[in-house]
Design a protein around this ligand. Structure first.
Ligand SMILES: [Zn+2]
Length: 220
């Protein structure tokens, strides 16, 4: 088994940084409870920690992570309750003002969806069942980009799957009503880890456009 000492020394640094320097912030969060303004739905991928990517403080964002950052549709809400109950808690109890679905480049989950291999064991079956939430995204990509190479298909599906999740969010009456009342805003973000840029889906253009481009000093 690999050594976990890196995690323990990291926790010591966290203690120094947050329980020492920012003691006031953490004290407040402990005494008054959390009140994050945003729910972020991100992938489990170890390179895509939303709090790390956005340099957030504790208490800033409520995060749900799952394979390929998917949101099940309302009709499947009880079937995939781990994700949907967390969304319900963020919207109903915490009354977040933003929901950000954050996809990313090189997503292993989306690659598996596009490769569409028949499961050969229980583990693969579980993953395939979950990824089936984004089947519409796969179908759309296959229709639009027929015969294109796999990396292009995967890239397109990473972004299409974000749109499917945004659509699925709107299938929940308690989300769509808040969106229509202007109490809640939905965002589709895409982290391109190769270019180091952050994109956002723009409904007006129907495309993902650069939200934060890479800094001039960034050597990538
Ligand atoms: Zn991923």
């Amino acid at each position: 088994m690999r050594d976990v000492s890196k995690f323990l020394s990291g926790f010591r640094r966290f203690q120094q940084n947050y329980l020492g320097k920012q003691h006031e912030l953490f004290d407040q969060l402990v005494q008054q409870g959390q009140r994050p303004r945003a729910l972020v739905i991100a992938c489990c991928d170890s390179r895509c920690d939303p709090a790390l990517l956005t340099d957030c403080d504790p208490g800033d964002m409520f995060v749900v992570r799952n394979v390929a950052n998917l949101v099940p549709p309302h009709v499947q809400a009880t079937y995939f309750a781990a994700t949907t109950s967390a969304i319900a808690f963020a919207v109903h109890n915490l009354e977040v003002e933003h929901i950000i679905v954050m996809g990313h480049a090189q997503c292993g989950g989306i690659r598996a969806l596009m490769e569409h291999k028949a499961p050969t064991c229980n583990e693969e079956e579980l993953i395939a069942k979950w990824l089936g939430i984004a089947e519409d995204a796969r179908q759309q990509v296959l229709r639009k980009l027929k015969d294109k190479p796999m990396p292009m298909l995967t890239h397109a599906c990473e972004q299409s799957a974000i749109l499917v999740s945004l659509e699925n969010l709107m299938s929940y009456p308690w989300i769509s009503s808040r969106v229509h009342q202007g109490k809640l805003a939905l965002h589709g973000w895409y982290f391109d880890m190769q270019s180091g840029e952050l994109y956002e889906y723009q409904p007006e253009s129907g495309a993902f456009e650069v939200l934060v481009d890479k800094p001039v000093t960034c050597q990538m």
